[in-house]
Design a protein around this ligand. Structure first.
Ligand SMILES: Cc1cc2nc3c(=O)[nH]c(=O)nc-3n(C[C@H](O)[C@H](O)[C@H](O)COP(=O)(O)OP(=O)(O)OC[C@H]3O[C@@H](n4cnc5c(N)ncnc54)[C@H](O)[C@@H]3O)c2cc1C
Length: 640
């Protein structure tokens, strides 16, 4: 499956000289893997493996070789590209072949348990069904997905593949969710997009390792176009309530359409994919309505707002504030950054985030190259980064960091602070956190954030404002700062479905079951709420490596397996038992107790709910999450 941006790699529009020249610039390890996949011949590995070595290009390893071997490799790939696949060739996604070539392409050992995950996450083949597809759901079975962000889109694509009738409902008038609505200056992804995207729609043409929001939104729109998702979507329609109808054994969907008309429709299963960061949070600041200038929240940005020559304050120091400061510092007359609590900020690793033209060419012209490019970007962190969030009690007893691995990150960030602000300087003190890295989401400097804070026309206030008045902001120590614009980069309410009235069996409300500590079994299932798979569920975001897309893809695979289980057993409902739910949530909470989030109580983080439970991240290795979501455990369900 491809998108406008993700053309199927095809070299036939290039001449041999051009092709040769690009292949010479390729990663030699990846080229060996590509050759093995093109020819389906494992002997390729024996021929080249010991001629490849690796140079670090953090977090990746780049495969290099000598000139002679490179020429041999290039010629072999050129031949393979123009020849039909030899008879008896191994399939390009053969697990044994893959296990041999992955270390060459990725530059590290790859343990056998990861092969299945990498084949799927690399997009070498789609998510592999586990339960036999020998039975079908009734033809009138319908799934309704609420939300057309990346999660809802992923669920829709899986339904389409499985031949299940589906409908998406979104209150926006276009797909994309976060990436459609958030348009503040400098908005960009902070997980490399080679990886932070759908494994079934790999885009080899990203212009940047961390593209701007508009480029990311274009990608999502092209996925929707290529797969006709809009034809299945009710736009500008807000779902107000989901009520389980026991008589029909269906969900009642109460929605308000574009003209304000309320209507009720039905679905056999629902997948709420509404995200959990949608509703802008304005701080409770005295006097904020009295400000005579422009007050704006980053999530409700007005693209016509011109900051040039203005006196601006920004409240917040999270990812959004960092991106806005980086983008606007050159325009404003004066900027005051109000930082309630500093974050750990990692320096940009490369001189520029632009993807080199040669890499984009290879991604879009050479089969499998973009897949490996995606996996390299994933593998460089992924579970290799897991030790960073795990607490080593002995180490943590007398360090701010929680483990030696966590300390490496702390040192890197401290070194960055010292380099930009000068060790021991006032600014250095202001921006240095007092909790371990990862206690709250680590921030990646888009390039010029720290440099911006050090500029003469920028002030950092290491506190929240005391109050707002007509002229501007009054600081905690009573200083008046006159302003033209106040930007509230104060984030979102952590809304785990709290804005939708969800009632399960016997009218029990999900908001009451959850209170301020939401939790869910695999697939976002909660006892008493049959046939509901909450895609934007608690504990589905990777906290140590990978992007939101990982949790989304793992979950939609699992949901399809659950629907298949219903088909196999010929039953209209599936519901997790209270025992299985309690046991799974207990497993999460026990594992969570050893992570950084439970040992940095001073860090203000949206990972923690009002009830104190860590609700966004999961505490497990990615491989454990992936494996435990391959297929449903039948004994955990009431199927009737
Ligand atoms: C500014 C920002 C940057 C981010 N950057 C990254 C990143 O770089 N890497 C990463 O891994 N994660 C990132 N995230 C987190 C996460 O990946 C994104 O928020 C992602 O877009 C979430 O996808 P989603 O489909 O789950 O939810 P959303 O994108 O929030 O989509 C939910 C959809 O549901 C619709 N909806 C909600 N309620 C209703 C309702 N009642 N009725 C009808 N429709 C409804 C909304 O209109 C929306 O279209 C970021 C989040 C934000 C806010």
């Amino acid at each position: 499956m491809t998108t406008d941006a993700t053309v199927t790699p095809d070299h036939t529009d290039s001449n041999p000289a051009e092709l040769r020249s690009y292949l010479r610039q390729a990663d030699a390890g990846v080229l060996v893997a590509v050759l093995a996949q093109l020819t389906g011949d494992p002997a390729v590995v024996d021929r080249f493996a010991d001629k490849i070595s690796f140079e670090p290009d953090p977090p990746e390893q780049i495969g290099v070789t000598d000139d002679e071997t490179r020429e041999m490799l290039v010629e072999a790939v050129m031949v393979a590209l123009d020849q039909p696949r030899p008879a008896g060739a191994l399939p390009s996604d053969d697990p044994e072949l893959f296990a041999r070539i992955a270390p060459l392409a990725l530059g590290t050992e790859v343990s056998a348990e990861y092969v299945g995950l990498l084949l799927e996450q690399g997009g070498f083949h789609p998510s592999q069904p586990v339960l036999p597809r020998t039975a079908e759901l009734p033809t009138d079975f319908k799934v309704v997905i609420i939300g057309a962000g990346i999660a809802g889109m992923a669920a829709a694509l899986e339904c389409a593949d499985a031949g299940i009738d589906y409908e998406i409902i979104d209150r926006n008038d276009e797909v994309g969710g976060t990436w459609y609505t958030a348009v503040y200056p400098g908005i960009g992804v902070d997980t490399p997009s080679a990886y932070y995207s759908l494994s079934r729609d790999i885009n080899g043409g990203w212009s940047s390792y961390y593209p701007q929001g508009a480029e990311y939104q274009k990608y999502l729109e092209s996925v929707a176009t290529q797969n006709n998702l809009r034809d299945h979507t009710r736009f500008s329609t807000e779902v107000e309530a989901l009520w389980w109808d026991e008589e029909r054994r269906q969900w009642q969907i109460h929605a308000v359409g574009p003209d304000g008309t309320r209507e009720v429709s039905y679905a056999n299963a629902v997948i709420p994919a509404v995200g959990y960061l949608n509703r802008p949070r304005w701080p409770d600041l005295a006097g904020k309505e009295s400000f005579a200038g422009v007050s704006i929240h980053s999530a409700e940005w007005d693209p016509d707002l011109d900051l040039r020559g203005k006196k601006v304050a920004i409240i917040g120091a999270g990812c959004t504030a960092v991106q806005i400061v980086d983008a606007c510092v050159g325009d404003v007359e004066h900027l005051t950054v109000f930082q309630r609590q500093p974050h750990w900020v990692a320096p940009r690793k490369r001189l520029t985030d632009d993807v080199p033209e040669s890499r984009r060419w290879l991604n879009t012209h050479i089969p499998f190259y973009a897949n490996w490019n995606r996996l390299k970007s994933f593998w460089g962190t992924a579970d290799n980064n897991y030790p960073v969030i795990l607490r080593d009690p002995e180490w943590a007893a007398d360090h701010l960091s929680i483990s030696p691995a966590n300390d490496v990150l702390l040192r890197m960030c401290l070194d960055y602070i010292d380099r930009v602000f000068g060790a021991g300087s006032e600014l250095a003190k202001k921006v240095t956190p007092d909790f371990a890295p990862y206690g709250k989401r680590i921030i990646r400097d888009p390039g010029g954030y720290y440099a911006a804070l050090a500029k003469p026309h920028v002030d950092v206030e290491a506190s929240e404002p005391a109050r707002v008045n007509e002229r501007g902001i009054v600081t905690q120590d009573g200083r008046q700062i006159d302003l033209d614009v106040i930007i509230y980069a104060t984030g979102y309410y952590l809304d785990f479905l709290s804005t939708v009235d969800i009632r399960g069996r016997d009218g029990v409300r999900l908001s009451e079951v959850w209170g301020d500590s939401p939790s869910a079994y695999r697939g976002g299932m909660v006892p008493g709420f049959p046939n509901m798979f909450i895609s934007s569920a608690p504990n589905y975001s990777p906290g140590h490596g990978a992007g939101h897309n990982f949790g989304v893809e793992v979950m939609v695979h699992y949901v399809m397996e659950c629907l298949q289980l219903m088909a196999q057993r010929g039953v209209p409902t599936i519901e997790v038992t209270p025992e299985a739910f309690e046991s799974y949530v207990g497993e999460i909470d026990r594992a969570m107790a050893d992570t950084v989030w439970c040992h940095t109580p001073t860090a203000h983080t949206y990972y923690r709910s009002g009830g104190g439970r860590i609700v966004t991240a999961f505490p497990f290795r990615l491989i454990d999450v992936w494996q435990s979501h391959r297929a449903p455990i039948e004994g955990d369900f009431i199927l009737r």
